[in-house]
Design a protein around this ligand. Structure first.
Ligand code: NAD
Ligand code: GLY
Length: 361
């Protein structure tokens, strides 16, 4: 059964449809946006060959023309040159201010399409159809869009909220197992930062979830969207509470950067980062060892990394200073003070951050 959530952002509010078969909602969602022009569908080389035809059929059922652009898959393609190519395809096909873009894919396609939509003709609407867990529980909701620069991840971008997010759980059936597990790290994160019951659910249902039981996976997807939607509605541009979503990300992004995005998938690096964040929380005496052990056991149940014996502490410390979350030279760390609750700290010393990294070696 499909359910609908709303991201309460006033004039820019939008629905999130979640369930098996929600692609059926696409035609109505497009009609609700009201753009009459040609629709630009952006996907990647993997997802396009699996699902583009099905999505194109729903688009053309609205009576609008559809032009599909399939970019090469992978994080290495989340860069400005691909934005130029996407805009080139759509300019060539005559898309204009009356057009609408649709992102069909994981976080890479979602971020790049959202950004393309924010700049094409100075901004046209976008609908997100996320096909990975990362995209369903995180990147498709909240309007952060962008690309990487060789010097810094996600450093060129814009806030551009979608008009609708359509989460069809059946699309996950083809998602590779490693991608499924990595994405679940972000769902577990939502439990740790905001909902102890969600964390317990993830612990108790690991076997079913890892067996691609779609009903079991729908629970954390839906709860994650509820949590993220509430946070975004309160703090769209990350001036306050939205930073809680970055639990484990300061350490995790550093790990991704020092490994040049080639060793760990995003969710895997974030799992390691959350282990470092838990160690920091323990160091600050905000939680006890039981919290750290519970978190670690949960990641292990999902086959996620919890230690990196070769972690280069100096290189990670340097990478953290380049993180785009640094403001006026100050790094903000998100730490847990109990399961289901986190706090923000800007008073962490270099020695404490080092000790947290040492703890996951
Ligand atoms: P991804 O988009 O690279 O997808 C992972 C792989 O799975 C790709 O090879 C893709 O082709 C394939 N794939 C996707 N869906 C599939 C399906 N249903 N069946 C088969 N194969 C499928 O990676 P991701 O993990 O989805 O996203 C990571 C990106 O998301 C990063 O760039 C990260 O920065 C970004 N992100 C953004 C936000 C945000 O708020 N905007 C939040 C979290 C992550
Ligand atoms: N992924 C963190 C955020 O959207 O703020």
């Amino acid at each position: 059964m499909a359910m609908q959530l709303d991201v309460a952002l006033g004039e820019r509010a939008y629905p999130i449809y979640i369930g098996e078969g929600t692609l059926e909602r696409l035609t109505d969602a497009i009609n609700a946006v009201g753009q009459k022009g040609t629709i630009g569908l952006v996907t990647d080389s993997n997802v396009g060959s699996l699902y583009a035809e099905q999505v194109e059929a729903h688009i053309t059922a609205t009576g609008r023309k559809c032009i599909t652009h399939a970019m090469p898959a992978g994080e290495a393609n989340k860069r400005l040159a691909r934005i130029e190519e996407i805009c080139g395809t759509f300019l060539d096909a005559g898309l204009d201010r009356s057009s609408l873009l649709i992102a069909l894919g994981g976080g890479v396609v979602g971020d790049i399409t959202g950004f393309a939509a924010s700049v094409f003709m100075r901004g046209i609407p976008v609908i997100q159809i996320p096909t990975t867990i990362v995209a369903q529980v995180d990147s498709s909701v909240g309007g952060k869009t962008g690309v990487n620069h060789p010097l810094s991840k996600n450093s060129i971008g814009a806030f551009h909220q979608p008009q609708a997010v359509i989460i069809d759980m059946t699309l996950l059936k083809t998602l590779p197992e490693r991608e499924l597990k990595a994405g679940l790290a972000e769902a577990i994160k939502h439990g740790i930062i905001a909902d102890a019951k969600l964390f317990d659910y993830m612990v108790d249902n690991a076997a079913k979830i890892l067996d691609y039981d779609l009903a079991a996976i729908t629970v954390p997807v839906q709860r994650s969207c509820e949590i993220k939607a509430a946070i975004v509605a309160e703090d769209e541009k990350e001036h306050g509470v939205r930073a809680n979503l970055n639990y484990g990300h300061t350490f995790g992004h550093a790990i991704e950067a020092v490994t040049e995005y080639k060793v760990y998938l995003h969710g895997e690096a974030i799992a390691l980062g959350m282990c470092a964040a838990a160690a920091l929380s323990l160091e600050l005496r905000l939680v006890d060892q039981t919290f750290v052990d519970q978190q670690k056991a949960c990641f292990e149940a999902y086959g996620l990394p919890t230690r990196w014996p070769d972690l280069p502490v100096d290189a990670c410390m340097m990478a953290m200073q380049k993180d785009k979350k640094v403001r006026a030279g100050t790094l903000k760390f998100i730490v847990a003070d109990r399961m289901g609750h986190v706090v923000q700290r800007t008073d962490i010393t270099e020695a404490q951050a080092r000790a947290a990294l040492e703890a996951i070696r």
